[in-house]
Design a protein around this ligand. Structure first.
Ligand code: ADP
Ligand code: MG
Ligand code: MG
Length: 255
């Protein structure tokens, strides 16, 4: 049983005009086996939270803490975060020409486990995971992210998660750009990993659509760089009907 804890997190992003405060005191605790959805309007800072947990250099933590079982995540390098059991899809390179999916996965697995996986099991694991995600065998020989469609990128993300077996996975907009079939396959993948490994999942999304397939235990509504409201999955149902308008009325008036 593990816990990922975010306490009073303040983050600024580097812009040409200097640092711009985005996160304004985020509190969030995720335990193993829990699925948390972060929902919120565009520009509310959801991706900033994901990048901050991932250790992206453009995002400066100005105060607050992120800990994994008491260990200071913010003091860890990106690699150390992965080895500690954090899976953040965006921590991996956007495009790696010349590196096949198959080699990439094996390198990542070796780095995280500290030893190369036994080849016979590994080949079987990769094949099985790809079949479950309805990915063609030939996908393993393609260069990472080179010419990947939106749907292929998302499946590749879930494939990594399935093989790397993280303690916590942060999935940012995993649903964007997916048609209904792909959305179902990707959602099933997330549910399968969650069920099989008891990973804690932080699912970041603007839309309620994916939450018909992945049932969150907790929903956090993100507005203006912090959590404005929290609840169970019924809160997602309400957002589906009402949208984010009522959280934004203040800024509309002042606009
Ligand atoms: P969300 O994911 O909820 O749509 P983001 O975290 O992407 O929100 O963005 C939050 C705010 O931070 C937005 O106002 C956005 O314009 C600003 N922002 C994020 N990243 C950068 C950046 N690299 N440079 C300038 N502004 C940024
Ligand atoms: Mg659960
Ligand atoms: Mg975003």
């Amino acid at each position: 049983m593990s816990t990922l804890e975010i306490r009073d997190l303040h983050v600024s992003v580097d812009t040409k005009e200097g640092p711009k405060p985005i996160l304004r005191g985020v509190d969030l605790t995720i335990a193993s086996g829990e699925v948390h959805a972060i929902m919120g309007p565009n520009g509310s800072g959801k991706s900033t939270l994901a990048y901050s947990i991932a250790g992206h250099p453009k995002y400066q933590v100005t105060s607050g803490t992120v800990t994994l079982d008491g260990e200071d995540v913010l003091a860890m390098s990106v690699d150390e975060r992965a080895r500690a059991g954090l899976f953040l899809a965006m921590q991996y390179p956007v495009e790696v020409p010349g590196v096949s999916v198959s080699n990439f996965l094996r390198t990542a697995k070796t780095a995280i486990d500290g030893e190369a996986p036994a080849l016979r099991h590994w080949v079987k694991d990769v094949k099985g995971a790809m079949e479950r995600l309805r990915m063609d065998d030939s996908f393993a020989e393609r260069s990472v992210n080179e010419g990947f469609s939106g749907g292929e990128k998302k499946r590749h993300e879930i494939l990594q998660m399935e093989l790397l077996k993280p303690k916590f996975a942060v999935l940012d907009e995993t649903d964007s750009g997916l048609d209904v079939d792909a959305l179902r396959i990707v959602s099933e993948g997330v549910n399968r990993v969650h069920g099989a490994t008891d990973a804690g999942i932080l699912l970041i999304t603007h839309y309620t659509r994916i939450l018909r397939y992945i049932k969150p235990d907790f929903v956090h509504v993100f507005v203006d760089g912090k959590v404005a409201e929290e609840g169970g999955s019924e809160l997602a149902d309400r957002l589906e009907e009402e949208g984010y308008d009522r959280y934004l009325s203040g800024s509309v008036e002042s606009a």
